[in-house]
Design a protein around this ligand. Structure first.
Ligand SMILES: [Zn+2]
Length: 151
């Protein structure tokens, strides 16, 4: 095996102790016989492995945990209001919509009006409008209070 390939294995599977016994023995035989690869392994241990091996998990002071808790709680606070208020807004909007639809239904829906009677209704109003615009006001007299006031 070439030294480049050996060193790739040294810095990965060998250093992680992931090799099977046969491969491990082969790598160690090469390390014993090759000064460059032995130096490479020692350098790797000195710079990348040993400094980390003695690290202890550090205790975080209380104020760090308080900051973390504050941020978590602050992030949860608006989520709660976003869940409640849009539902309330939707409910109000839907009630308002049904109320408005009900008003229009009662104002304009005439269940006894057929296509023919609707035509007659429109014709009647068209005739009335024609009378109002085509003649002077004396010929149209509804005898309402407002007419009596002005005429
Ligand atoms: Zn070598």
């Amino acid at each position: 095996m070439k030294c480049d390939k050996i060193r790739n294995i040294i810095k990965t599977d060998y250093i992680d102790n992931e090799l099977d016994d046969l491969s491990k023995a082969e790598i160690e035989r090469h390390i014993d016989s090759c000064n460059e690869c032995r130096r490479f392994l020692q350098e790797l241990k000195n710079t990348s492995i040993n400094p980390l091996r003695n690290l202890q998990p550090s205790e975080k002071p209380d104020y760090i945990w308080n900051l973390v808790r504050d941020r978590v709680e602050r992030r949860e606070a608006p989520r709660i209001s976003l869940l409640i208020f849009p539902r309330l807004a939707y409910a109000v909007a839907i009630i308002f919509l049904f109320f408005t639809m009900g008003l229009f239904y009662h104002r304009f829906y005439k269940p006894d009006m057929t296509y023919e009677s609707a035509g007659g209704y429109i014709e009647e109003h068209a005739r009335l409008l024609a009378d109002l615009s085509g003649s002077d006001s004396d010929s149209v007299n509804f005898d309402t209070r407002i007419e009596r006031f002005f005429l």
